[in-house]
Write a protein that binds this ligand. Structure first.
Ligand code: SF4
Length: 202
C-alpha cells in the first residue's frame, strides 16, 4: 500500500477530530512490556481477575503477545484528557471502595467509554486505509457491559466484535510507553487524568 506516512498522518488528524486530546504515531518498538504489570492484576487481587472475559488469566499469555507485537511496525497512541484531576488526596492506599468513590465523584466511566469508542473507530478507519491487521487495545477492562458475563458462566460475550482487552491486561507498561512517546501520564496527582489507548498498525 503506497504512501504509508500520509496514511499514518491522516489517522492522527482524524483521531484529533474525533475527540483525542493527543494522538501520535510511534514505532511499535517503543512499547514496553513488563511481567510486573500482569503481576499487579493478582497482587493485590483485582476483582476482575479470573472473572472478566478479557482480563488475566483469560487473555493471551504475555510470551505470545510479545511475539505478536514484534510483527507490528507502528502504533497510534491515543489519549483523552478528563476535566478533573485524580481527586485521590487521601493517604489511604488504593482499594475497591476508593475506586468506586472516585468513579462516582468524577464520572470516570464517561471518559473510559469515550476512549473505548475512539479506539474502536480508529481501528476501523485504519483497516479501511489499508492497515488490515490493525488491532486496538483499550485503557481499562472492557466496559461495554455494566457487568461482564464472566468466566465460567457459559454465557458468550455480549459484544463479540467490539470487546477488546486493555493494554495493561496484555502486559504493556502504559506509563513507561507513554513517557517514551513524549505523552507522559501521572497517577494520583493534581494533574488532569489522561486515559490512554492504542491501535497497533502493520
Ligand atoms: S462486551 Fe461485555 S461480556 Fe464481552 S468482554 Fe466486554 S464486558 Fe464482558
Amino acid at each position: 500500500m503506497p504512501n504509508t506516512p500520509k496514511r499514518l498522518g491522516e489517522l492522527v488528524t482524524e483521531a484529533k477530530k474525533r475527540g483525542a486530546s493527543r494522538a501520535k504515531i510511534v514505532p511499535a518498538s517503543i512499547i514496553v512490556l513488563d511481567e510486573r504489570v500482569r503481576l499487579k492484576c493478582s497482587v493485590p487481587l483485582c476483582d476482575n481477575y479470573g472473572r472478566h472475559l478479557l482480563c488475566p488469566p483469560n487473555v493471551m499469555p504475555m510470551d505470545q503477545f510479545r511475539r505478536t507485537l514484534k510483527s507490528f511496525k507502528h502504533a497510534l497512541l491515543l489519549q483523552i484528557e478528563s476535566d478533573y484531576d485524580s481527586l485521590d488526596k487521601s493517604t489511604k492506599h488504593l482499594d475497591a471502595d476508593l475506586c468506586t468513590n472516585l468513579e462516582k465523584a468524577t464520572g470516570t466511566r464517561g471518559f473510559e467509554r469515550k476512549l473505548t469508542q475512539l479506539v474502536e473507530e480508529m481501528e476501523a478507519l485504519a483497516f479501511k486505509k489499508g492497515f488490515y491487521l490493525a488491532a486496538g487495545l483499550g485503557g481499562s477492562e472492557c466496559i461495554l457491559c455494566e457487568t461482564c458475563v464472566g468466566q465460567g458462566s457459559e454465557e458468550p460475550c455480549r459484544h463479540p466484535f467490539r470487546a477488546r482487552p486493555s493494554m495493561q491486561a496484555l502486559g504493556i507498561d502504559v506509563i513507561r510507553t507513554c513517557e517514551s512517546a513524549g505523552m507522559p501520564i501521572r497517577l494520583s496527582s493534581d494533574h488532569k487524568v489522561r486515559w490512554t489507548g492504542i491501535v497497533l498498525l502493520d
